[in-house]
Design a protein around this ligand. Structure first.
Ligand code: SF4
Length: 364
């Protein structure tokens, strides 16, 4: 199969209007742009030859000028539980990752929005890379397209919770989400696309003001400001009270539920006092709490034992006025936590890379 040259400008992740502007010199009717947009995003073709409702000479011209992909597969690891972790190489040589999680009734993909991350959460492998760059909307959308092609399964749920903070790449993330939810694009229900932020307060308010149809999750991980500050430096800039105010603003303005993610770190955030503080903090909100046992990344944190997890969940289930779920860890045998595959491959191939970035950015 012919794959178009990656040096050409990629059309994936562009709107039909943006594609139309690029086609200005071709003397083709303007509906060609929408046809191409639909072939790329709805039908997921990987060559211009497959766009059979375009004139053949036009397909050849497009193949000479444009490309349909930006990602090269670097590593693919499949877990015994069916979870698949992908490491992609971008045109500039940097790497990002995506995780495919199949379940009986749905298929979820966790995708990246940035290369590395500037926010330095103490328990996160990606934080060690520092921030390298923002992904384009095409690089975000293509993660979903390529995993659909690889697995042969339609993705039903997307979570922007891979590498990076999506709200620090706001406009490209929103454009990617619009293409993913467009019936002529990837046709994934907007409410099944979740943007997960660690708490960039102005962007949460903007997201609410714009009445974005996508779901919102906040990675909370601590129920008090001092604890949150100790593991998540973003709490210095956007304190917990401001974060909760913005969450209340979102839930009231959109009349939608918000999901709070809470990673359980042994001996850090799962005491009786933590449970009480969590209930007090979230009780006024229309929300759901998703507890996530820490996936050991070797950064000095551990997963709490089963009995500790159970006691924490039991207290919350008995006393919390909101829904509480405990997520089953998937893909433990393939390092499926945020940033882990990249960290592992970088450690194997170029051990100095992470050390250099960590030092340069002052992160964890
Ligand atoms: S948890 Fe998310 S926001 Fe925090 S450092 Fe990792 S990628 Fe960045």
């Amino acid at each position: 199969m012919h794959i178009d040259s990656p040096e050409n400008k990629a059309l994936v992740g562009l709107t039909a209007a943006e594609i139309d502007a690029l086609f200005a010199g071709f003397q083709q009717p303007s509906y060609r742009a929408r046809q191409v947009y639909k072939w790329i995003h709805h039908y997921g073709v990987r060559t211009f030859e497959e766009m059979t409702n375009l004139p053949k000479p036009f397909r050849a011209e497009l193949a000479a000028r444009f490309s349909l992909q930006t990602l090269q597969l670097a590593t693919r690891q499949e877990s015994i539980d069916g979870t698949i972790k992908y490491l992609w190489q971008l045109a500039g040589g940097q790497h990002i990752e995506s995780v495919f999680i199949p379940e009986e009734r749905r298929t979820t993909i966790c995708i990246s929005s940035q290369v590395g991350c500037a926010l330095g959460c103490a328990f996160c492998a990606t934080a060690q890379m520092g921030f390298l760059s923002n992904l384009s909307s095409g690089e975000i959308v293509e993660q979903v397209l390529r995993v659909q092609q690889d697995t042969g399964r339609k993705i039903t749920n997307v979570v922007l919770m891979g590498m990076g903070e999506p709200f620090l790449n706001y406009s490209r993330v929103i454009q990617a989400c619009r293409i993913m939810s467009d019936p002529e694009g990837l046709a994934i229900a907007a409410k099944k696309i979740t943007i997960s932020t660690v708490g960039v307060v102005p962007r949460i308010r903007q997201f609410a003001d714009e009445r974005q149809p996508f779901s919102l999750a906040i990675s909370l991980h601590a129920a008090t400001q001092p604890l949150r500050q100790s593991i998540m430096p973003i709490a210095d800039k956007f304190p917990l009270d401001d974060l909760i105010d913005s969450a209340v603003y979102y839930t009231r303005k959109l009349r939608k539920r918000i999901t709070f993610e809470y990673v359980l770190l042994d001996a850090v955030n799962h005491s009786l006092a933590d449970a009480r503080a969590l209930i007090k903090l979230l009780a006024p909100l229309k929300c759901k709490l998703n507890l996530i046992p820490f996936n050991d990344t070797g950064l000095g944190f551990r997963t709490p034992s089963e009995s500790k997890l159970k006691s924490f969940v039991d207290i919350l289930e008995a006393k919390a006025p909101f829904a509480v779920t405990l997520r089953k860890n998937r893909g433990n045998d393939i390092a499926a936590a945020c940033g882990q595959l990249y960290a592992q491959s970088a450690a194997d191939e170029k051990p100095r890379f992470i050390a250099a970035k960590t030092k340069a950015t002052g992160m964890v």
